[in-house]
Design a protein around this ligand. Structure first.
Ligand SMILES: Cc1cc2nc3c(=O)[nH]c(=O)nc-3n(C[C@H](O)[C@H](O)[C@H](O)COP(=O)(O)OP(=O)(O)OC[C@H]3O[C@@H](n4cnc5c(N)ncnc54)[C@H](O)[C@@H]3O)c2cc1C
Length: 430
């Protein structure tokens, strides 16, 4: 770091929807800005399920930070790779596995990770799709199972290989279950010709009495009907109690054998070792912020996006953990930091929510009402396409989708594993 630089140092933890919008909008002449992210790319979580189901490749929805920093709006920001492990509020430092970074102002935008509800060991046994890497792991598992099932005539073994359980009936659970259903209906008969679609079972477990509980009852009903069409066994009011020796046990005592459980049941804020201040995290491991996105009880520390906790009259349990919230918070915060004036309170403008279940099948709750089916699906595609970063990525996704729509083919069902050797752990891994 240049010691003659007199600009205030801003460190942003996380280059997701919130972090990247800050990078684009903060005044680089006024501030010396460092973006720290554990990955060297920005990614687009709403389409992770398409990576997991071989609909898209990661490079269509991920974008390297260093290229982003070349663009006019972001130029002047420095990207540092690193996973922030400790934040020392007294010394005004963040510590990654590689370095210690001092700050004058800190913006925490590290998002969330999977929540295993008090059973952290679950991470060792279930598949998750909260990052591009997790989605790739899930994709390989699905493809490997299909290949292995093709190699055996033992029906019991095939049944075991092809039993998929998705836990959680929120948007991600519904979307991945729908994508698996499409594989079962459209891809298996074409490409895995020695298998019969009915040999594959996809069970979606949801603890409450409806899918997509954050959306309208009509969206929940439509999603359930669409999943039925895709041969997904939707079980409502069922909570997974344990997962042991490949057996999922539900709260009613019933069991399902599955070697591949995909867990989408909950999220919790990324955690850090917090030093130098007595900070109590809010529900969901989030940082409680005021209406200006300042972390309560701390000076010069802000939190935006999924990791911020801001209850409002409409959302008494905190604003929803959605891309639009992260983007809108980041935009206002950048404006206020640039001006040095925190006069405007944050008000979330709800633009609606949507989920897709399969081709021509989506549900959307828009400010003007609920729509479903083909038009909802078109809107879903349009909104996601314009939100993906980078023209190359937009074009690549569009071509993939059009190609897949008309031919049912994507060239993505490649099983690529990392090699075992050389025996060297990743940098910074314990
Ligand atoms: C599978 C999935 C589907 C979704 N679908 C939708 C949808 O359809 N519509 C919608 O509105 N929202 C959706 N969401 C939610 C949406 O993605 C989030 O609300 C949004 O990404 C939040 O933005 P953020 O900037 O707070 O966090 P993120 O976008 O998650 O970004 C956090 C960044 O911080 C980095 N990071 C994390 N920990 C550290 C660390 N310790 N040190 C350094 N860097 C770190 C991460 O690598 C990441 O780049 C979905 C989320 C997932 C996971």
């Amino acid at each position: 770091m240049d010691t003659r630089d007199t600009r205030e140092k801003i460190v942003i933890i996380g280059g997701g929807f919130a972090g990247l919008n800050l990078v684009k909008r903060l005044d680089k002449k006024k501030f010396n800005i460092v973006l720290v992210d554990r990955n060297n790319y920005h990614s687009f979580p709403p389409l992770f399920y398409q990576i997991a189901s071989s609909g898209l490749d990661p490079d269509s929805i991920c974008f390297p930070f260093r290229r982003e920093m070349q663009k006019d709006k972001a130029k002047g920001t420095r990207y540092h790779m690193g996973e922030v492990r400790t934040i020392d509020f007294a010394r005004k430092e963040v510590v990654t596995q590689f370095e210690t970074l001092p700050y004058d102002k800190l913006i925490i935008a590290a998002g969330c990770t999977n929540n295993f509800f008090g059973n952290p060991d679950m991470i060792k046994y279930v598949y998750t799709i909260k990052t591009a890497s997790e989605a790739m792991r899930c994709r390989n598992e699905i493809l490997e199972r299909l290949e292995r099932a093709c190699l055996t005539h033992d029906m019991e073994l095939r049944r075991k290989l092809l039993s998929f359980v998705v836990v959680g009936g929120g948007p991600t659970g519904v979307e991945i279950a729908g994508a698996l259903g499409e594989m079962k209906r459209d891809i298996v008969p074409r490409e895995y010709t020695s298998l019969k679609p009915e040999e594959i079972t996809i069970t979606l477990l949801e603890g409450s009495n409806r899918l997509l509980s954050a959306m309208s009852p009509q969206s929940s009903e439509d999603a359930k009907e669409y999943l039925k069409r895709l041969m997904v066994d939707v079980r409502l009011g069922k909570i997974m109690k344990s997962y042991d020796q490949n057996v999922v046990t539900l709260d009613d005592g019933s069991t399902i054998y599955s070697e591949s459980v995909i867990w989408t049941a909950g999220i919790t804020g990324i955690t850090f070792e917090l030093k130098g201040a007595d900070i109590r995290l809010a529900p969901g491991n989030r940082f409680a912020v005021d209406d200006y996105n300042r972390v309560k009880g701390l000076d010069d520390v802000f939190a935006v996006g999924d990791i911020a906790y801001l209850p409002t009259e409409h959302f008494p349990r905190g604003l929803p953990q959605l891309a639009q919230v992260a983007i809108q918070q980041a935009r206002l915060l950048a404006e206020q930091i640039n001006k040095g004036d925190f006069g405007k309170t944050f008000v979330y403008k709800d633009k609606g929510s949507m989920a897709t279940i399969g081709r021509n099948l989506a549900v959307a709750d828009l400010p003007k009402g609920h729509i479903s089916g083909f038009f909802a699906w078109l809107i879903w595609m349009f909104i996601h396409l314009i939100s993906i970063l980078g023209m190359r990525n937009k074009v690549s996704v569009l071509i993939n989708w059009i190609w897949a729509y008309f031919t049912y083919n994507t060239s993505l069902r490649l099983l690529l594993h990392t090699t075992r050797y050389p025996l060297r752990s990743r940098w910074g891994e314990h």
